[in-house]
Design a protein around this ligand. Structure first.
Ligand SMILES: [Ca+2]
Length: 410
């Protein structure tokens, strides 16, 4: 079930999951809320001296669902789910969009334009990648190139990189695009939707759904839009899709890299939300869905967990989704302004509406912190700007920067 909230007659929110059932809402988590570490609960340490955060509203963009920027770029590129990318420069939104593919998107369910990634060589080649759900319900990965105006992508430069049919349901598209530390392009895909992965896509190595895909797009042409990296785990196997990097994902709505670590927030079914953390160079990991939901056997009972990679952090939804219903993955903070957040992975939950972070030291159980910040309602996504500062995107369309707060009165 999806939660669709309407305010002022405008569809302004959607819930990226199939399980945020009735009665959840956004009132249960947040400041002072429960720290959810069911694997091995650890006490929450107090913030360091001066270690507080604030959320500062920087923009209001209806249907905002993501933002990004190339490293060193002072602009913000804000993704509007209906199909536009807007440029914000010096605190003001430019009237002309960076890109407008709204005539080709389907926003039914969890569809629409979902994310954008800048080529590692963007400064010299001007290449930008987007992923959206097309009107025929096909997950569509395209490349564009900046034209004569640095604030507008040239529509004529459009190159279709990959199309993935997703015919059965309008939920679970995945939807994150990002370049890894290896300069390869990664795309997360949901399991095809519905509930419980009825077609078994996530465990099927012949399906591109329920996966993390890894493509080499450096030498893309119209006739050969990507290559399979030689180090992909199934490279050269006819019985498996060679694009697959990892499998067993349900709806990896957001993932990110931090150095040589990969953080995947995989949205659970009706019970458990999870963060998977792995070596970015470890191909072929199976994150368990739909054998597991979190670290537990899906639908209870027993299951064979041999060969499956368990979450590093997970939480149960709790009664009436008191702990949340749909994880919203973020980033490890590496910006310059908030020393006490450096090295922490921030995340939220659509129903929880809180701001949490975890610190992963490698192998151990991470320490989870719930930050005392204003409640902003449903949290759709995080974003990161060109200097590494982080942003939180609310279902209201409000975009907040995560700031340092040196006093408790802020
Ligand atoms: Ca899993």
């Amino acid at each position: 079930m999806r939660i669709i909230r309407r305010r002022a007659g405008v569809l302004i929110a959607l819930c990226f999951l199939a399980s945020c059932g009735g009665g959840g809402g956004s009132g249960a988590g947040g400041p002072g809320g429960v720290v959810n570490t069911p694997v091995a609960p650890v006490p929450q340490p107090p913030p360091a001296a001066g270690g507080l955060l604030a959320l500062s509203e920087v923009a209001q963009v209806d249907n905002a669902v993501y933002l990004s920027a190339p490293p060193g770029d002072t602009r913000l590129f804000i993704v509007d789910r209906t199909g536009r990318v807007l440029v914000m420069e010096n605190g003001a939104l430019r009237a002309t969009p960076f890109l407008d593919v709204s005539s080709r998107t389907s926003t039914a369910g969890e569809g629409g334009l979902l994310s954008i990634a800048f080529d590692p060589q963007f400064a010299s080649n001007g290449r930008v990648y987007i992923v959206y759900v097309a009107r025929d319900n096909v997950i569509t990965l395209e490349r564009y190139t900046v034209g004569s105006d640095r604030n507008v992508l040239d529509p004529a430069s459009q190159l279709t990189v990959l199309q993935i049919p997703h015919p059965d349901f309008t939920n679970h598209y995945g939807g994150q695009l990002a370049f890894g530390p290896d300069d390869m392009l990664y795309l997360s895909t949901g399991d095809g939707g519905g509930a419980g992965d009825p077609r078994g896509n996530a465990q099927n190595p012949l399906s591109l759904l329920g996966k993390l895909l890894r493509l080499d797009v450096r030498n893309a042409t119209a006739t050969r839009s990507y290559e399979i990296p030689a180090s992909n785990p199934y490279n050269g196997m006819s019985s498996r899709r060679n694009e697959i990097w990892a499998l067993g994902l349900r709806n990896p709505w957001r993932f990110s890299f931090d150095g040589n670590l990969l953080y995947i927030a995989d949205v659970g079914q009706a019970q458990r939300e999870e963060v998977d953390i792995s070596d970015a160079g470890a191909g072929g990991l199976n994150y368990g869905w739909n054998i597991l939901e979190g670290g537990a056997c899906y639908n209870g009972g027993s299951c064979d967990t041999a060969g499956l990679t368990l979450p590093v952090h997970e939480y149960d939804h709790g009664a009436n989704n008191a702990n949340g219903c749909s994880i919203t993955g973020g980033y490890v903070y590496r910006g310059a302004k908030i020393a006490h957040l450096s090295g922490s992975y921030v995340f939220s939950d659509y129903c929880g509406g809180y701001l949490k972070s975890l610190r992963y030291a490698g192998g151990g159980v991470p320490t989870v912190t719930t930050w005392d910040v204003a409640k902003v309602g449903g949290v759709l996504s995080f974003g990161r700007d060109g200097s590494g500062e982080l942003y939180l995107i609310g279902s209201s369309g409000k975009i907040y920067r995560i700031d340092n707060r040196s006093t408790s009165s802020g």
